[in-house]
Design a protein around this ligand. Structure first.
Ligand code: SF4
Length: 63
């Protein structure tokens, strides 16, 4: 499952980076998925980070 961050929704709280630093980072002050980690959507910590993102900017999809 793929994880992605919509930078149009993200406001840069960095909560996701704090929760799962092996998957999320910040780029220009906004959350982003570390290149090569886009397939981490099955990780329960990533799913938790998506649920807790204050702007609901993190998506987990099948493809
Ligand atoms: S938790 Fe959400 S709002 Fe905060 S940096 Fe991550 S994607 Fe952006």
């Amino acid at each position: 499952m793929k994880v992605s961050v919509d930078q149009n929704l993200c406001y840069g709280s960095a909560d996701c980076v704090y929760r799962v630093p092996s998957v999320f980072t910040t780029v220009d002050g906004f959350g982003a998925v570390i290149p090569g980690r886009e397939d981490a959507g099955r990780d329960p910590r990533v799913q938790d980070a998506a649920e807790r993102c204050p702007s609901q900017a993190i998506s987990i999809t099948d493809s």
